[in-house]
Design a protein. Structure first.
Length: 275
């Protein structure tokens, strides 16, 4: 088993926490970031020699560069950068506030882009590396009541897919992780809901209001998902996407087939607009 050094944003809970625990327990080094340092005190105490901690809110772009630069400087080399920090914002587009919109995009999209950009000069200099973006089935399949969450996830999908082609000449791989519903803190506390509007009562967008009473039973096992992400780093070339969970596979394949079904009948009319 190859020992590696990892940089992971958001190691206090969810997939970030699961990844950190598995990696540290097997002997890898982890540079983790959190908004509240006291939230990972146990990891600091248990893995004092192999756990590096950075205080970071990914909406603070200058701070992203400071923390990434410090991690590379202190650890010498980082093999894998995992962009994990994020949260869910649900409700119809009209139901969320301007402030919620701005913060969602700043965290889930701009924060991810800037973390990757901060790491790239270091990865190019060392001549190799892997960037892993924790995305979601919501990055490939859309549902009413999640328009703003989809906006961030679909945006990061396009960015990372193009980035993978840009950095391949530098021996840097990029992987998008597409988990379905999983039993993480994301579903049990780290999500926000818009303020309900009566106009949307009884519409498809209103189904997300049920999250106020807790999420439905979710099939995804965070430990198994994290283990699969870790194993993917041994694959060459880097898989562009990891679809994890039967629910994710079903939703993604259905969405892609539906998209093709919408586009393919337009082949003739599309050609009519070409000179």
């Amino acid at each position: 088993m190859t020992t590696r050094t990892w940089f992971i944003t958001g190691v206090n809970s969810g997939f970030g926490r699961e990844l950190a625990e598995q990696l540290l327990s097997r002997g890898d080094r982890v540079a983790g970031t959190v908004r509240r340092p006291d939230s990972v005190k146990d990891l600091q105490e248990t893995y004092a020699e192999s756990f590096w901690l950075g205080h970071l809110d990914v909406t603070d772009v200058p701070r992203i560069r400071e923390v990434v630069d410090a991690a590379f400087a202190d650890l010498g080399r980082i093999d894998v950068v995992v962009i994990n920090a994020g949260y869910g914002l649900f409700g119809a587009a009209e139901e969320v506030s301007d402030e919620q919109v701005q913060h969602q995009i700043a965290t889930n999209l701009v924060g991810a882009i800037q973390t990757a950009r901060a790491a790239l000069p270091h990865l190019r200099t060392q001549g190799s590396g892997r960037i892993i973006q924790i995305s979601s089935v919501a990055g490939l399949a859309a549902h009413p009541g999640a328009s703003l969450y989809h906006a961030g996830k679909w945006g990061v999908e396009g960015f990372m897919e193009a980035l993978a082609q840009e950095v391949a000449p530098f021996n840097i791989g990029v992987t998008l992780v597409e988990p379905g519903g999983a039993r993480t803190a994301f579903a049990n506390g780290s999500l926000q809901l818009g303020e309900p509007l009566a106009a949307y009562d009884g519409t498809p967008a209103a189904m997300v209001r049920a999250f106020r009473n807790g999420p439905p039973p979710l099939p995804g096992d965070p430990a198994k998902i994290a283990a699969r992400v870790i194993d993917s780093v041994d694959e060459e070339p880097a898989p562009l996407r990891l679809v994890l969970g039967g629910d994710s596979y079903a939703a993604v394949t259905a969405a892609l087939r539906a998209r093709l079904a919408q586009v393919e009948p337009q082949q003739g009319t599309a050609a009519e607009t070409s000179s």
